[in-house]
Design a protein around this ligand. Structure first.
Ligand SMILES: Nc1ncnc2c1ncn2[C@@H]1O[C@H](COP(=O)(O)OP(=O)(O)OP(=O)(O)O)[C@@H](O)[C@H]1O
Ligand SMILES: [Mg+2]
Length: 445
């Protein structure tokens, strides 16, 4: 993309309404614009990031054997009456009446809808195990929408639902989700720690929230610092291997890590004092096993091996896709702007022309830009008639992980500069070597 032809409405001023750094930077970098309280348009740069996040979520879900689909945003109230949640949900649910006076709602989540789909088609245990998921907009009429996309009213969520014959099988699905979530967040350059969460009215131990540590997080968390040494990395995993998935769950959940809702002072005190941490965190996902909570009242049953009708065991598993854009910035920025991890960056590298209008420099820039595109790096070429300082400031603000700087002086000796946003480290190399280096960095992504 050539910046002269792009739509990147960066702001010079720091918007007064933004209380936290990610919200400020998303506005300043021209990623989002508020449409009304807690509802945002995703401008081109923000939309690219959102799409990259979505893609990673899709890839990791499908790697785990989960099946993508798409359910609507608007749902009928009748299904929610069946589960009893139409009355329970309260004011967070946006209720709508259509022209025929039918009660509709903008879905805050999809347990009822997916259970209805399941019961309409599946009658035998032979179709199990089954996990379906989608990435779709949700609406929750939050009392206090704030922090930009982090606590919106309309927000994008991946929600997945497993259907299994037994509790044991459903717990394997739970473990499989935990593993796939660890991989998902790490690919986004995040450390998200699974923490024991509150099971809510259903109770039970089978729910974990994934938290990214950040001062601006809305959750209070308590953990054993040893947990931050754990990395999933790129180990191979067989998602059908029950023991292997359980092993990962045990590895990542055996240390103390809880949100304030389940925090237990006595248990916390058992950790050596120097490892006890209390901090704040951003919830970027949650997994849940809830058994037959929906399948029983809604009649989602299958015949088992003996021919008996049994209610299926279910769980639901959510990732805050749009919140993640903000969470990644909270975890990765400096005073100049955003620092995108390579996995989610909107463009792979910025190309800065130091002498726009100089024929030789323009030609060299065009050439490297074309080669970077061909190599799959997806460059953003700043070809505007602007001062170098202002071009650098824009690149730093929007946070591309790499910048190629090209000017007449370097070109005389056949060199361009390659700068890493995170460290400011710069190396001089030939244009072809710069392309090769970047191609290699992005080859695996
Ligand atoms: N208002 C919101 N804005 C943006 N993302 C949200 C919002 N509410 C929930 N999410 C994201 O969707 C994920 C799954 O939804 P879930 O039902 O677990 O949310 P939740 O526990 O109600 O979230 P919270 O406690 O933050 O209100 C959350 O982990 C979070 O990342
Ligand atoms: Mg939650």
């Amino acid at each position: 993309m050539r910046l002269s032809r792009y739509f990147l409405p960066v702001l010079k001023e720091t918007p007064a309404e933004a209380q936290i750094v990610s919200h400020r930077l998303m506005l300043r970098a021209g990623m989002i614009r508020q449409a009304s309280a807690g509802i945002y348009s995703w401008l081109p740069l923000g939309f690219k990031v959102l799409s990259r996040i979505e893609r990673i979520v899709h890839e990791e879900q499908q790697r785990a054997g989960h099946i993508p689909m798409l359910m609507p945003t608007i749902q009928s109230a009748d299904l929610w009456r069946e589960s009893g949640r139409y009355d329970d949900y309260g004011e967070e649910m946006l209720r709508i009446t259509d022209r025929h006076k039918r009660d509709m709602l903008y879905g805050p989540t999809n347990e009822e809808l997916i259970t209805d789909i399941f019961r309409s088609y599946v009658g035998s245990y032979k179709a199990l195990p089954l996990t379906l998921y989608h990435i779709q907009w949700k609406f929750r009429d939050e009392v206090r929408p704030r922090f930009g996309v982090m606590r919106g009213r309309e927000f994008l969520m991946k929600d997945g639902y497993n259907f299994d014959l037994t509790k044991e099988a459903a717990l394997h699905a739970y473990n499989r989700h935990l593993v796939s979530y660890l991989r998902t967040y790490e690919r986004m350059g995040l450390q998200a720690i699974p923490m024991r969460a509150d099971g809510g009215p259903i109770g039970g131990d089978y729910t974990h929230e994934f938290l990214v540590l950040a001062e601006t997080g809305e959750s209070e968390v308590f953990y054993d610092s040893a947990i931050t040494d754990l990395k999933f990395g790129d180990r191979a995993i067989d998602y059908d291997d029950i023991a292997e998935c359980r092993g990962v769950l045990e590895e990542f959940t055996s240390r103390y890590a809880r949100t304030d809702e389940t925090h237990d002072e006595a248990k916390f005190a058992e950790i050596p004092e120097e490892r006890r941490r209390s901090a704040r965190g951003i919830e970027v996902g949650q997994i849940f096993y809830f058994g037959t909570k929906y399948s029983e009242p809604m009649g989602a049953t299958v015949t088992d091996e003996t021919g008996a009708q049994v209610a299926v065991h279910m769980g639901s598993h959510g990732i805050g896709v749009s919140r993640l854009a903000g969470a990644i910035i909270e975890a990765s920025h400096d005073e100049k702007g955003i620092i995108w991890p390579e996995g989610v960056t909107p463009f792979g590298a910025g190309v800065v022309n130091l002498r726009q209008g100089d024929a030789a420099t323009d030609a060299a820039c065009d050439d490297i830009y074309t080669k970077l595109k061909a190599a799959g790096v997806d460059p953003l070429y700043d070809d505007r008639e602007e001062r170098a300082g202002s071009k650098f400031a824009t690149m730093d603000l929007i946070g591309l992980p790499w910048r190629v700087t090209i000017g007449p002086r370097g070109l005389k000796s056949g060199q361009v500069e390659l700068t890493r946003r995170k460290t400011g480290e710069t190396v001089e190399l030939s244009p072809d070597d710069a392309v090769a280096r970047l191609a290699e960095i992005y080859a695996a992504r």
